[in-house]
Design a protein. Structure first.
Length: 148
């Protein structure tokens, strides 16, 4: 439902599960309750469940920026929580990359990389590039939104 928003929450450093399997509303709610997570949804029927209060966050907005604003209005969110500290693929906390891991990158990139990190689960390498700077700018923009 909110895959892009989930990716941005992950980029901000939040431990984020992004549902892609079409599970039932009840199964999603059960997982959120079991793992002490918030369930972000557009599905108003989820709010009718007796265990929904405090777990289900209903968003009505459509665009990504509007969703970020509405989420900020409804819960206290720090878009600069721990930027780029989680794997964007599998959500695992990232670790500093070793010289051996860095050697798999092209030489040109190796010489330009500052503080590379890697995912110990999927072995993906991350480093600050132009895309990271653009993402950081968006997170900073959302951080200063005037929440109600």
């Amino acid at each position: 439902m909110f895959q892009r928003l989930g990716n941005w929450l992950r980029a901000a450093g939040y431990d984020t599960v992004i549902e892609q399997h079409g599970r039932t509303d009840y199964a999603l709610l059960q997982q959120a309750l079991k793992e002490n997570r918030l369930l972000i949804t557009r599905d108003k029927k989820l709010l009718e469940h007796r265990r929904a209060p405090g777990t289900v966050v209903l968003l009505d907005a459509d665009g990504l920026d509007d969703c970020a604003r509405e989420l900020g209005d409804k819960i206290s969110i720090n878009w600069l929580h721990r930027p780029f500290s989680r794997c964007m693929v599998c959500n695992t906390a990232l670790h500093a990359a070793s010289a051996d891991q860095l050697s798999s990158l092209p030489k040109k990139i190796q010489s330009q990389v500052n503080a590379p990190v890697y995912c110990p689960v999927c072995n993906k390498l991350y480093w600050d590039g132009g895309h990271v700077e653009r993402m950081r700018e968006r997170l900073q923009k959302w951080q200063v939104l005037d929440y109600a």
